[in-house]
Design a protein around this ligand. Structure first.
Ligand SMILES: Cc1ncc(COP(=O)(O)O)c(C=O)c1O
Length: 369
């Protein structure tokens, strides 16, 4: 079976370096917020061209702490999308705020800036305190338009970069255009740990200080809380692993892009909608997602021919039992609901071979014959 993703292969690809880094870290004897976390924070910020990165426990906490650092909480509303990992929305709720769901563009699958403008223009805008776009599947295409709309209304943009490590737009890395951004290092991500991990990225010193307090009980010095915080620390062992993997991020993103190019060339002419990929560096293909009205049959056909696929995501967040009473932008979420029934994530990870992509392409062509 060709898997849809395979984080173990990513470990094996860098096994010697990772094992050595872990051994050294274990030997150093500092297991929480030590040298590895500090160095990773510096290296990740430098890679992105941001001033600060703060390691936290996971990507959900990264979004929550970014919101809390901006003093967003009870009584506030955050405009986001329902076509995302539920974690984005869980984080908004953890901060005390509520989501306002904005519809997506059916071609890029990310927040539609026009729909955002409509939602902010109507009378709900009073309590909308921030915009939280998600660079879904590795695509940052609409971020500058969203920034423009948000700045018209004087509210900050928090980028959810959990799926877009290393993606660039107008020469800037995802996570450096909004005032603050959140990353996840879940093992399958483009930059993945071997366990949970996350980071908040910002170039604002005040926000950096806030997140640093919030991630460890509000401590400036040990055992004295200056604000009410929580425990959300990036593990020293994960930081050691991430420092190794960060060195290969750009190379692995290029491999993903080459595989995406193969898929796009191979699937041309078929009745499937292929990913929009405007500028080469704008998409790092965390997922390679196609759209077809025959999605379920194609998924089953691929499975019987030894190819595993996934659906990111089958049920939009506003239709999930926990979130049925959420606010939705004007005009509803028609595109969000439509794409959920038609999207299919094909295998995509840097260790996938070109032979495997050719095989997957031939199986899909056979299905449509
Ligand atoms: C878009 C998005 N936001 C947030 C998260 C949350 O990350 P984590 O699983 O590390 O909490 C994820 C990862 O699952 C994600 O894909």
């Amino acid at each position: 079976m060709i898997p849809q993703t395979n984080p173990k292969l990513s470990y094996i690809a860098h096994k010697n370096e990772i094992d050595t880094a872990i051994a050294a870290m274990l030997d150093a004897g500092r297991y929480i917020l030590g040298e590895q976390v500090r160095k990773f924070e510096e290296e990740f910020a430098a890679f992105l061209g941001a001033k600060y990165s703060i390691g936290v426990g996971n990507g959900t906490d990264a979004v929550e702490l970014a919101l809390r650092a901006l003093k967003i909480g009870q009584g506030d509303v955050v405009a986001t999308v329902a076509h995302t990992a539920v974690a984005t929305v869980a984080a908004i709720e953890l901060s005390g705020a509520k989501p306002l769901f904005i519809d997506i563009r059916p071609d890029t699958f990310v927040m539609d800036p026009e729909k955002l403008k409509l939602a902010l223009t109507n009378n709900r805008s009073a309590s909308v305190k921030a915009v939280l776009p998600v660079h879904l599947y590795g695509n940052v295409s609409e971020v500058f338009k969203i920034l423009e709309v948000a700045s018209e209304f004087g509210i900050p943009v928090i980028e959810d970069c959990a799926q877009a490590h290393g993606a660039k737009m107008n020469g800037r890395f995802a996570g450096t255009s909004g005032v603050i951004s959140a990353f996840s290092f879940y093992p399958t991500k483009n930059l993945g740990a071997l366990g949970d991990g996350g980071a908040v990225v910002t170039s604002d010193e005040n926000l950096k200080n806030q997140v640093t307090l919030l991630r460890e009980y509000g401590w400036k010095e040990r055992y004295v809380s200056h604000i009410a915080g929580k425990n959300s620390r990036l593990d020293e062992i994960q930081a050691a692993i991430l420092r190794v993997k960060l060195k290969y991020l750009q190379e692995e993103n290029s491999t993903r892009q080459n595989l995406a190019r193969m898929y796009i060339n191979g699937l041309g002419g078929l009745p499937v909608t292929l990913p929009v990929w405007g500028i080469a560096e704008s998409h790092v293909f965390h997922q390679f997602v196609i759209r077809t009205s025959r999605r379920d049959d194609l998924k089953a056909f691929l499975k019987t021919h030894g190819v595993d696929t996934l659906i990111h995501y089958p049920v939009p967040v506003h239709l999930q039992p926990a979130y049925l009473n959420s606010l939705c932008g004007d005009g509803g979420l028609k595109q969000t609901e439509m794409v959920a029934g038609e999207i299919l994530s094909l295998p995509m990870f840097p260790q996938l071979s070109t032979e495997q992509v050719s095989e997957i392409v031939s199986i899909i062509r056979k299905f449509f014959e």
